[in-house]
Design a protein around this ligand. Structure first.
Ligand SMILES: O=C(O)c1cc(=O)[nH]c(=O)n1[C@@H]1O[C@H](COP(=O)(O)O)[C@@H](O)[C@H]1O
Length: 312
């Protein structure tokens, strides 16, 4: 059985890109064709939206599966549809895995140990998608309740060869409110980084990287460069590229010289790329799938041209 990070790096090397497509469906932006067919099938508002989100995401998966190593469904949009949305999320995860993609489920979980254990069992399946109800390869987790709350996720990740991305330095404008607080000249997020590195190093067992990763926003390139050095065994998930303003130059410091060690997420910029600028003119809603493909290829080319991902 291969570990999450081994499977991830194999997939990155096969697809020759660290681009990660975020599946963040939003009703107002879903193509009318999909909205209408979901509407026609009836049901509650949540059921109709869930149906549309599932179809939209499955069609995106068909487009991006040959191009990228992984997708990141954002649980919040599915949860907002109620129970039908939760089933749609499960279906999207399973479809992505069947299409050969690795799946990072973005649910940012974290709680006292015994509760965290239940979250870990719900999401983390590792190599066998059937070994957990949601069946993801990997989960985003929030460590700010304390290291003990991470342990059940780490234990589960070890048991089923799954992965974690622990929030260290997030991409939002208010990231510094708490994360930048200093004690003994160490910022809170640096403290968290050190704890994540320690967990990761232990799990790496002599290998370059372990399956315990960290989230660092592309919107803080200086911190990203510093954290890459501070957490040498930690694979990174870098959100904030594209719609939040992060560029390929900003994320260049996330990689090792072989172009490994990080994946870069773009959600709106890819899945709704057909609604903006040149892609809107060239593709528009009528050819939205071709627009999604073009947006994905542009990101792949940008990362290859301006970061060590070009060495893949
Ligand atoms: O864990 C994440 O993925 C995440 C962490 C973070 O610090 N910032 C961040 O934007 N994200 C997620 O990454 C995605 C970014 O979406 P776009 O801004 O549309 O590319 C959303 O699903 C966010 O919830």
């Amino acid at each position: 059985m291969a570990s999450y990070v081994e499977r991830l790096h194999q997939a990155i090397q096969k697809k020759k890109t660290p681009a990660l497509v975020g599946l963040d469906p939003r009703w107002d932006q879903i193509p009318a064709e999909i909205q209408n067919s979901a509407d026609a099938s009836g049901g509650t508002c949540g059921e109709i939206q869930a149906k549309a989100y599932e179809e939209f995401c499955l069609r995106i998966i068909d487009v991006v599966a040959p191009l990228v190593p992984a997708v990141k469904p954002q649980s919040a949009f599915f949860e907002a549809c109620g129970p039908a949305g939760v089933i749609a999320l499960r279906n999207v995860i399973q479809a992505a895995r069947q299409a050969g993609l690795l799946v990072v489920c973005d649910a940012k979980r974290g709680d006292i140990g015994s509760t965290a254990q239940a979250y870990a069992a719900a999401y983390l399946a590792g190599e066998d998608p059937k070994s957990a109800p949601f069946g993801a390869d990997c989960l985003t987790v929030n460590p700010y309740m304390g290291v003990d709350t991470l342990q059940p996720f780490v234990d589960r990740a070890k048991e089923v060869e799954a992965g974690l991305y622990v929030l260290v330095r997030t991409s939002n404008p208010g990231a510094g409110d708490f994360q930048d607080r200093e004690t003994d000249s160490t910022k809170l997020f640096e403290n968290v980084a050190d704890r994540v590195e320690a967990l990761s190093q232990e799990m790496a067992n002599g290998n370059d990287y372990s399956s315990i990763g960290a989230v660092i926003g592309a919107t803080y390139p200086k911190e990203l460069d510093e954290l890459r050095k501070r957490m040498p065994h930690v694979p990174l998930l870098v959100p904030g590229y594209g719609s939040q303003g992060g560029t390929s130059a900003d994320v260049a410091g996330a990689f090792d010289q072989n172009g490994l060690g990080a994946i870069v997420n773009s959600s709106r910029g890819i899945i709704f790329g057909f609604q903006k600028g040149k892609l809107a003119e060239e593709f528009g809603e009528e050819k939205w799938e071709a627009g999604v493909e073009a947006a994905t290829r542009l990101m792949i080319e940008d990362l290859a041209a301006n970061t060590p991902a070009g060495n893949l």
